[in-house]
Design a protein around this ligand. Sequence first.
Ligand SMILES: [Zn+2]
Length: 356
Amino acid sequence: MRLTALSGFGSKGPACFLLDTGGRRLLLDLGRGPDGDALPDLAGVGRVDGILISHGHVDHTGGLHLAGGPGDPPVFAPEPAIALARDGGLAAAHPLDRAGAALGLRIDLGPAGHAPGACWMRIGGPEGLVYTGDLSQESSLYRATLPPPARALVFDASYGDADEPLPAQVAGLLALAAAGPLLLPAPAGGRGLEMALTFRAAGHEVAICPAHRMVAEAMVARPGWLAPGGAAALADLLSGARPLAPDGPVRGVMIAAGPNAERGVAGALAPRLLAEGTGRVVFTGHLAEGTPAPGWVAGGGALFRRWNVHPTLTGMRAILDAVSPDTAMPAFCAPAAQRALAALIPNLTAAREMTW
Ligand SMILES: [Zn+2]
């Protein structure tokens, strides 16, 4: 089998990997961004038999309009990602759990804890490949399991060798929230709801935007994707959280899409808070180029405090222990972070291709 990183190796940039099983050729994710509109280069890829999507985020799905190049193969994605899709290509995908039968391959799937419906996948059984997509074992809302053994692994290394646990990050944010109103721009289909539940549990008044409300309603109906008690917690959030609007009152903890204040309620509310000085704006995820977030943080107007949705070094070690691969590829991080990880973890490939 051979795995080639078309994109997503050596940078945070869009996820797209080509897997050749010997009998089938697959693309694993087909993303865009997250910095600007970066797209994978599919020239020379040839025909593929299927596209497997790990989760609904745009840096894993936003290149689906390019699927005509490799012959318009069937696209498979986790059911919650299809249900929540804002993009036509993803909305028309087939459920990922049907991909194995459709393609004549053994494909094992499990929840990856990172976002609604996020999956890890093992293709080709114990002799095959595990692809984690984006994975976090720290989510209190989204269920996660560790993938099973395989000979090769592509894993989420977005944070390089960072190892700060989520509870320490939460403690810092709770201290900020105690000092005054906070706006936390977040992806509705990501960490936003988990943040809302955490602040509510700590006794803060929480407001969520309509995009978050929509995702919460969808996930209440899909309790199998949530950690124990997750559906009840979301139902409680839906009945208890204040609706958040761009011109509404500034108080408590306000959680709004989009994650870089590039759109949505956060896109309207963040500039208002910065202009009025009525509350703090705290970004918690990747500060994407081409959006307002990096400039505001660099200029001191807004803060950055990470909220883990990718594995820490400790989390990566757990994945590697579980999969026990002969060879492993760290994805979604820059060369310096790859080198730092290679000094700590054996059997990492420094090349963008693995053959086994
Ligand atoms: Zn993601």
